[in-house]
Design a protein around this ligand. Structure first.
Ligand SMILES: Cc1ncc(COP(=O)(O)O)c(C=O)c1O
Length: 414
């Protein structure tokens, strides 16, 4: 069945629309001059009808692919019943999602927000209040975070983001944040010691995503958990990008059996509908009481019904297994590309369907992305000229082969 294209400007030229967008949006994005009007599975179409293989998936968001019939039906059904009620009242989809999250994670309790940065904001506020009000440690307001991390764009989130470009012109940052080298446990220990007992929270992405798809060295996360336990520090895992099957388990923490106290999720959990969640233990949840934190939209029936359906689809369609199997094929393909074009690309990295390949000439990475797009493949870059591939979890081996072929052509021609 040919689905209807949603084209709100049928007579306008692409260039005119791009000109209008660039002159009227606030100038905080660097957008590709492309309007995407339709999606289906791993494919998206632009307004001229050109089709693209979507290996960026809304930046690791469209976990079950575009227009999954079950997700669309669930959203329709919920919109028909009730879209929003506020947190003055309870709603059933949120409760059902909460049950499901309890089933697939360590969480005793959940707070719902609308994005990754909000989930992190909540996590940082909960951890601090737990230290100051439950542990009676008013001095433990400090946070240890990591160089090259990325946690979002609210003030607390940029304050714990270890990339100065995100602070530029926005200083002063939140006080009491210390940065350690990712993967260097000795540096973690010395930084905590240097802060003189003020660190009450550690926030870490188990795999640094925007920072270059940096994998944790073996034993690092386990060691981090141990250090946190020794010092009574709350450990937050930011799984906004690594969670919900992206790494071929529900959560990255399962891979090396390290249980955080708080975990943040967003991106893939709503399948494209804005939804964030902070998962935590009963112990740290004592840090909050009525009125400690809130969100008007957080946990609304539309978003949580979508989240529930996403998790059910992942389970029913065995997408964790698929992410592992197809992810391995993608990983092997990237290794082969690195061997075929050793002067241009190197260091394939990643896990599951979170994969990257470094372009040696960092300045050329953007041109690779552009040339791939011209050939019908969407991907993007993260820090250090690393090409990022995060296709929907429904992606098949044939799609991976097609993507690798395009990349091979692009690298050969570059
Ligand atoms: C690890 C991580 N944390 C937080 C965020 C921020 O999420 P959002 O853009 O939904 O606020 C991102 C976004 O890229 C992320 O990758």
């Amino acid at each position: 069945m040919l689905r209807r294209m949603t084209n709100l400007f049928p007579d306008a030229l692409n260039t005119d629309l791009v000109a209008r967008a660039t002159s009227h949006y606030t100038p905080n994005y660097r957008q590709t001059p492309l309007f995407l009007v339709r999606g289906e599975g791993v494919w998206v179409w632009d307004r001229d009808g050109k089709r693209y293989l979507d290996f960026i998936a809304g930046i690791a968001v469209n976990s079950v692919g575009h227009a999954h019939p079950r997700l669309v039906a669930a959203i329709r059904e919920q919109a028909d019943a009730v879209i929003h009620v506020s947190n003055l009242y309870y709603n059933e989809p949120a409760l059902a999602l909460l049950d499901k999250l309890g089933e697939i994670s360590f969480a005793d309790r959940v707070y719902f927000g609308n994005s990754g940065t909000e989930a992190n904001e909540a996590a940082l506020k909960l951890a601090r209040r737990y230290q100051t009000r439950v542990k009676n440690a008013p001095e433990k307001t400090g946070v240890l975070a990591f160089d090259h991390s990325f946690h979002g764009r609210t003030y607390a989130s940029i304050s714990v983001t270890g990339q100065p470009k995100y602070h530029d012109g926005f200083e002063p940052m939140m006080a009491g944040v210390h940065f350690a080298r990712f993967g260097d446990l000795d540096h973690v220990v010395s930084t905590i010691a240097g802060a003189g007992g003020t660190i009450g929270t550690v926030i870490v992405e188990p795999v640094q995503c925007e920072g270059g798809l940096n994998m944790p060295p073996p034993g690092f996360l386990k060691g981090l958990r141990k250090v946190c336990d020794q010092h009574g520090i709350v450990l937050i895992y930011d799984e906004v990008q690594t969670g919900v099957g992206r790494c071929a388990e529900w959560w990255y923490y399962e891979i090396d059996a390290v249980r955080p106290d708080i975990l943040t999720s967003a991106k893939g959990i709503g399948g494209g509908v804005p939804l964030g969640a902070m998962l935590c233990t009963d112990e740290v949840a004592q840090g909050w009481g009525p009125g400690s934190h809130a969100s008007t939209f957080g946990g609304n029936p539309l978003a949580t019904r979508a989240g529930l359906e996403v998790l059910r689809i992942i389970e029913d369609e065995q997408l964790l297994d698929n992410a592992y199997k197809v992810g391995e094929a993608l990983g092997e393909g990237l290794e082969a590309l690195a061997k075929r074009h050793p002067e241009k690309v190197a260091d394939p990295r990643g896990v599951g369907l979170l994969r990257g390949l470094r372009v040696r000439d960092e300045a050329a990475a953007g041109r690779v992305v552009e040339a791939a797009r011209e050939r019908g493949l969407l991907l993007n870059t993260v820090r250090g000229g690393v090409l990022r591939m995060v296709p929907p979890l429904i992606v098949q081996k044939g799609h991976v082969d097609a993507a690798l072929e395009i990349l091979d052509e692009v690298l050969a021609a570059s």
